[in-house]
Design a protein around this ligand. Structure first.
Ligand code: MG
Length: 250
């Protein structure tokens, strides 16, 4: 069931979104060769807790950290570790959520570590732009399929693949609500987008196959062919005055 939010609830979600985005930016600034993914997770947790908020992911379904940190061929749900030291040339996807006054924000960004290859940079650029194509199509009166179609078309036109096994989602008092927001789809199909809907749009785009596998830890999700993946996400609110990015810093 899709839960529509009031203007007042959306204002609260804007606060949660702002904290989530600032935590993500703090994490991104820390990405450099020689830093462990555990250190970045600590930065995220400290920042969120200092704002009087709670890291949404910590303990969610048993997840052991505040941020998912997914490097290179890891698509999503990478577990931060003291033993994982970032190297020059890595691409580092960081997914962060914060709960504040009862509502969640959820966002992700893939950061370059030092100097990355042209191919890696092109993947980052395409995935970020695919996210904004999705957001552009997330307007009242459109349908969920319009978002996924826009993302898919943008990515596949550049010979990338769209991960199917994981999708975006509604966000609110719960981190994951209805509807599902796939990054693929058919125009004019699926749930109609209404003012008051708050959703996370989060393309996961790969260089090779769209197929992924989950490692034995039950979380770490990697590309089946070992090629690079990128992940960008914003939580947005659909309103009668247009679509608002809730996970924005200012
Ligand atoms: Mg999400």
């Amino acid at each position: 069931m899709v839960i529509l939010k009031t203007t007042r609830e959306i204002a609260k979600m804007r606060n949660a979104g702002r904290i989530s985005q600032r935590a993500l930016q703090e994490a991104g600034r820390a990405v450099q060769p020689g830093v462990s993914t555990y250190e970045i997770d600590c930065i995220v947790r400290d920042y969120i807790e200092k704002q009087g908020a709670t890291p949404s992911f910590l303990g969610y379904g048993g997840f052991p950290a505040s941020a998912c940190i997914s490097v290179n061929n890891v698509v999503i749900h990478g577990i931060p570790s003291k033993n994982h030291i970032l190297k020059n040339g890595d691409i580092v996807s960081i997914d962060v959520g914060a709960k504040f006054e009862g509502y969640h924000g959820d966002n992700a960004w893939t950061f370059p570590c030092g100097d990355i290859s042209k191919d890696a940079q092109a993947l980052l650029d395409a995935t970020r732009e695919a996210l904004f194509e999705g957001i552009k199509n997330a307007v009242a009166g459109a349908r969920i399929g319009d978002i996924g179609h826009a993302v898919q078309q943008y990515a596949e036109a550049r010979s990338y693949s769209v991960v199917r096994d994981f999708v975006g989602h509604g966000v609110g008092a719960k981190l994951h609500e209805d509807p599902s927001v796939p990054n693929y789809g058919i125009p004019h199909r699926g749930v109609r987008l209404l003012p008051g809907m708050t959703i996370a749009i989060e393309p996961m785009i790969t260089q090779g196959t769209h197929k992924v596998k989950v490692l034995d830890d039950g979380w770490t999700t990697v590309t089946a062919d070992g090629m690079l993946a990128a992940h960008f996400e914003h939580t947005v609110a659909i309103t009668s005055d247009g679509t608002v990015i809730l996970t924005s810093a200012d």
